[in-house]
Design a protein around this ligand. Structure first.
Ligand code: NDP
Length: 318
């Protein structure tokens, strides 16, 4: 199809994590002929995870990238039109939802399912990025990867509710967890902060920044940290370096039309459904979820979005 030709579709799915693929499987099986734009990171956040052991149906576990290929194959089996590329602009002001790809191709969709996910924030240190890419000890998800550090010492950066929750989770698996808090106190709610403060194998270093993630070969061996008040540096031995400094939902392009909360997450118009404030536009997965953020919950909401889209079309007589 040429770029000047407007393409009309029943269902456009934006984003290709577990939410998007599950929505695609349901929408395709309901004969909505969905088109999916995979986005900047086909497969989503799970493609940066090694082993997924908590998704039901994989008793032996599966790697994140392999699982996403399976979901893609399942969506294709029902003839989802999966395209490499991304949506850069939308106009949700009318009954037909207009979307444009990065190459300027214009799509008019009766229903849109937003499954653009969220991206974990990292410190941005070259050493952190190196071990993240090598898969040898840097992670932004304790629930996903903590298990691999059972009986080991770990470090976790962050002082919000997520960092506290993840530090507490790690404390049950690891011999010692060192929390690096960059200011003199936590940002987390008092109850969450008190929980980590009262956990004997969690050690908290305040006013502390990470200088470098240390390692040998592919594996992390420690973190060099610096106290920002005294200037004193020290090395903390660890095999796992966790980063829990927040997530950024990938929702910027929808901000002019879709109601977002103060941190950019899409707000459900009607809790218990996938409906946004725009009729015919639905949301699934982490773009609207700052609490659970799991592949299985994303898949569940993907299913809801496809069913809601199908019912929306049925109510319009399609
Ligand atoms: P937040 O934005 O609340 O906290 C991010 C934390 O990371 C802050 O402590 C911040 O430090 C720290 N940080 C940011 N950048 C850096 C950096 N470069 N180096 C070191 N530290 C850094 O994110 P969360 O993911 O914790 O929480 C997001 C939302 O989700 C919140 O509203 C939270 O309450 C909610 N939530 C609720 C849960 C629950 O109730 N069970 C569980 C998890 C999340 P600083 O304080 O210095 O700015």
């Amino acid at each position: 199809m040429s770029n000047t030709e407007i393409e009309k579709v029943k269902c456009l799915i934006i984003g290709s994590g577990p939410a998007g693929y599950t929505a695609a499987i349901y929408a395709a099986r309901a004969d909505m002929k969905p088109i999916m734009y995979q986005g900047m990171q086909p497969g989503g956040q799970l493609t940066t995870t090694n082993e997924v052991e908590n998704f039901p149906g994989y008793p032996e576990g599966i790697t994140g990238p392999a699982m996403m290929l399976e979901l893609e194959a399942q969506a294709k089996r029902f003839e989802t039109d999966i395209r490499f590329g991304f949506i850069t602009k939308v106009d949700f002001s009318g009954e037909i939802h207009k979307c444009w790809t990065e190459s300027g191709h214009e799509i008019h969709a009766e229903t849109v399912i937003i499954s653009t996910g969220a991206s974990a924030k990292y410190l941005g240190l070259p050493s952190e990025q190196k071990y993240l890419e090598l898969g040898g000890g840097v992670s932004a998800c304790a629930v996903c990867d903590g298990f691999f550090y059972r009986g080991h010492e770990t470090v976790i950066v962050g002082a919000g509710d997520s960092a506290c929750e993840e530090a507490h989770y790690l404390s049950k698996l690891c011999t010692k967890v060192t929390m690096l808090v960059r200011k003199e106190d936590f940002r987390a709610s008092k109850i969450m902060a008190d929980r980590v403060k009262n956990t004997p194998n969690i050690s908290i270093l305040y006013n502390t920044d990470t200088v470098e993630v240390l390692g040998e070969g592919d594996l992390v061996t420690g973190a060099k940290v610096k106290n920002s008040v005294t200037g004193v540096e020290q090395i903390i031995p660890c095999t796992g370096f966790f980063v829990a400094i927040g997530h950024k939902p990938n929702t910027d392009i929808f901000a002019d039309y879709i109601n977002l909360d103060e941190t950019g997450y899409i707000k459900y118009e009607q809790p218990g459904t996938s409906k946004t404030n725009v009729a015919g536009v639905f949301v699934a997965g982490d773009a609207a979820d700052k609490t659970y953020r799991q592949a299985i919950t994303a898949a569940g909401t993907g299913c809801m979005a496809a069913l809601d889209a199908e019912r929306y079309l049925a109510a319009k007589g399609h």
